[in-house]
Design a binder for this molecule. Structure first.
Ligand code: AMP
Length: 421
């Protein structure tokens, strides 16, 4: 293989038949959004770098260490999207969608890129489903968003996942809490880089996974104990609606998300079959994001779910999804004249909505029948030279083994009726 080209480090190819499972996960995760009135949006895979540095947050690992940024030939600083929310918000603002009926409910799905240390469940190119409900600050909307995420996992048949939930407060209480936390962190033994991060967003230190940091945080002040009356009431209402919707959760007072702009309701979905990379999705309310991107002061809530990691969760639970459907009919021609008939018949069947296929290249009867078998077809048409001379094709029902000669002129209608019957 020396000199052979391979997929870049941290990336992989998704090939048949596994790709059918990937599609099934992607489509099952997005179906609840389509049913709940969310509209599909497509934005570019790259944006001006500022969309992410301002939209994700300067203190985050994503922005400081993981972005694929480059100058294009016109000297613009562009970045491959490390997540999908910031691009959606940029589009929402640019197209003045806040001027219409609120909330604006949007979803998208596609590639994201992060220069991370690759390991199981953590890649440099991955796929996210992303949804946002923008322009209304209503606890019932928070509950809708969280419940739609849960629904996608349930529809896949997943059971070993958990919803972690907390409230990060807002401007009515976060500044006071922040002071408490800064005073607390000042007394700890933290390295320089952690202190630098703490200076930009002290809450992120709570989320530090290193044991030596966590050990010092056991009696750290928690946002949920310092919520203002209004954010407390908001959080209580969210939980009440979630209970009404039959959603269960675990309180996670130290949960902080990758974005710097989260306020109030904040959540993560974790799966216990995935080892270190247990987060399959997460999100929350962000009241400052639109303004940070130069837009109007509107609130929003949304989540991102990793399709690749959810697929790993599906496999960890041994769920059987995305079976390849195969074709319904398969045509085996023997000889040049039969070939023309086969190509025409397959074309007619496909036009009529019947999944059909034939063999290409000179495969011989044995090879062709093997291909027919592998195709998953319930019906096979074999057209040999002698059949053609008699003006017929042999239609075989592979499920029963029955075979009969059908006049060439009636083949299309007969096959169509047979596969549907
Ligand atoms: P985040 O945007 O970091 O909140 O990530 C949302 C979801 O995207 C995570 O819960 C993962 O499921 C997925 N995800 C994030 N980063 C990666 C990655 N490097 N590789 C695979 N999936 C990822």
């Amino acid at each position: 293989m020396s000199g052979g080209l391979t997929a870049p480090k941290g990336t992989f190819d998704t090939l048949p038949p596994d790709s059918a499972r990937f599609l099934a996960v992607r489509d099952t995760l997005t179906a609840p959004l389509r049913r709940a009135g969310y509209g599909y949006v497509e934005t570019p895979v790259f944006e001006e770098t500022a969309v992410f540095s301002r939209g994700v947050g300067e203190s985050t690992d994503v922005v400081t260490k993981e972005m694929y940024s480059f100058s294009d030939r016109g000297g613009r600083s562009l970045t491959l999207r490390p997540e999908l929310t910031a691009g959606l918000m940029r589009a929402f603002i640019e197209h003045r969608m806040h001027g219409g009926a609120l909330p604006v409910k949007l979803w998208t799905v596609g590639s994201a890129f992060r220069y991370e240390r690759p390991q199981a469940g953590r890649y440099r190119h991955f796929t996210q489903v992303d949804m946002e409900a923008l322009g209304v600050d209503d606890p019932a909307l928070d509950a809708e968003v969280v419940a739609l995420g849960v629904q996608g996992f349930r529809d896949l048949g997943l059971t070993d996942f958990e919803l972690l939930l907390t409230s990060l407060g807002d401007t009515t209480c976060r500044p006071q809490y922040r002071e408490l936390l800064v005073a607390y962190l000042d007394k700890l033994d933290l390295d320089e880089e952690t202190r630098r991060r703490a200076a930009i967003n002290p809450l992120r230190v709570l989320d530090d996974k290193r044991p030596e940091v966590q050990a010092q945080l056991h009696d750290a002040p928690l946002m949920v104990d310092h919520l203002s009356d209004s954010t407390r009431a908001h959080y209580d209402a969210v939980r009440q609606h979630l209970t009404d919707l039959g959603v269960t959760w675990t309180e996670a007072p130290k949960l902080v998300r990758g974005l710097d702009y989260y306020t109030k309701t904040t959540f993560e979905f974790v799966h216990d079959g995935l080892g270190a990379q247990s987060a399959i999705g997460g999100g929350g309310r962000y009241d400052g994001l639109s303004a940070a991107l130069g837009g109007p002061d509107v609130s929003g809530i949304g989540y991102a779910v990793g399709v690749d990691r959810t697929l790993l969760a599906v496999q960890a639970e041994g769920l059987d999804i995305g079976a390849v459907a195969g074709v319904q009919a398969f045509v085996v021609p023997l000889g040049a004249e039969a070939k023309r008939l086969a190509v025409r018949l397959v074309g007619q069947l496909r036009q009529a909505g019947v999944a059909a296929d034939t063999v290409y290249g000179d495969r011989g009867l044995k090879g062709a029948m093997k291909a027919a078998d592998r195709s998953g077809a319930s019906h096979v048409v074999v057209v040999g030279e002698r059949d053609l001379a008699e003006g017929v094709g042999q239609l075989k029902d592979l499920r029963t083994g029955d075979q009969r000669a059908v006049p060439v002129a009636e083949l299309f209608e007969t096959v169509r009726a047979s596969v549907e019957g």
